[in-house]
Design a protein around this ligand. Structure first.
Ligand SMILES: C[S@@+](CC[C@H](N)C(=O)[O-])C[C@H]1O[C@@H](n2cnc3c(N)ncnc32)[C@H](O)[C@@H]1O
Length: 203
């Protein structure tokens, strides 16, 4: 499958961004509010907590929610969709925005948060996405993923391309799937199922 490459910059310039929820995904927000994501004992002062990578961050709603909850966030996108605003906000919270190809980004993170980045990629790039997770997460690091669009017929193409938790697992050798549940808090106006999955890098 070789879809037309998406001109992401153009999509933001044209404000043609139907994926953008205008805030963090409700399931992420709910889990952060319940305090279930920040490991016990983690410092909650901005920029002091676990290191989190948010690839394909778009306007950065999820990245900001994680940063406000105490994570040290590096958000990455090909496009600076907010004209510098997101970068400044993240810096005030001890994080950063990197405008670059996330698939080539390398660092050492405790958490990787995936939301509509995997399904936006050409399926041929999924191996590179797996490498991104393997080469950025430290052993014991966690991958939290809002998996979408689950159950979309592959013949409909994309983006967003049909995605199942198994598609992530296939490119994550050396990871253990710890949680795989339907998203309890759904994003409004999304037709296909969303699941919350958690993987741990074993070694
Ligand atoms: C469908 S949007 C999702 C944005 C964001 N995660 C959200 O839910 O609002 C996909 C995003 O991935 C970005 N993107 C696509 N390919 C990328 C790449 N190789 N490296 C970094 N960002 C990329 C696009 O610019 C776009 O912001």
């Amino acid at each position: 499958m070789n879809p037309e490459p998406v001109d992401w910059r153009r999509r933001y310039e044209d404000r043609d961004t139907p994926w953008d929820l205008g805030g963090p995904h409700p399931e992420l927000a709910a889990r952060l509010a319940r305090g279930g994501l920040l490991p016990a004992g983690s410092p909650t002062r901005a920029g002091q907590g676990p290191r989190a990578l948010v690839p394909g961050c778009g306007r950065g709603h999820d990245a900001l929610a994680l940063a406000r909850a105490g994570f040290r966030v590096t958000a990455v996108d090909l496009v600076d969709a907010t004209g510098g605003v997101l970068g400044r906000e993240l810096e005030q919270l001890g994080g950063e925005l990197r405008v670059e190809d996330a698939l080539r980004h390398r660092g050492a993170y405790d958490v990787l948060f995936e939301h509509t980045f995997f399904c936006a990629l050409d399926p041929e790039q999924r191996g590179a996405w797996g490498l991104l997770a393997r080469e950025n997460l430290v052993p014991g690091g966690k991958l939290w993923a809002l998996v979408f669009p689950v159950g979309k017929p592959a013949a409909e193409g994309g983006p967003p391309f049909a995605t199942a938790v198994e598609d992530l697992a296939r490119v994550l050798p050396g990871f253990s799937l710890c949680v795989d549940v339907p998203a309890g808090a759904r994003a409004p106006k999304r037709s296909w199922e969303e699941r919350w999955a958690e993987f741990e890098r074993l070694s």
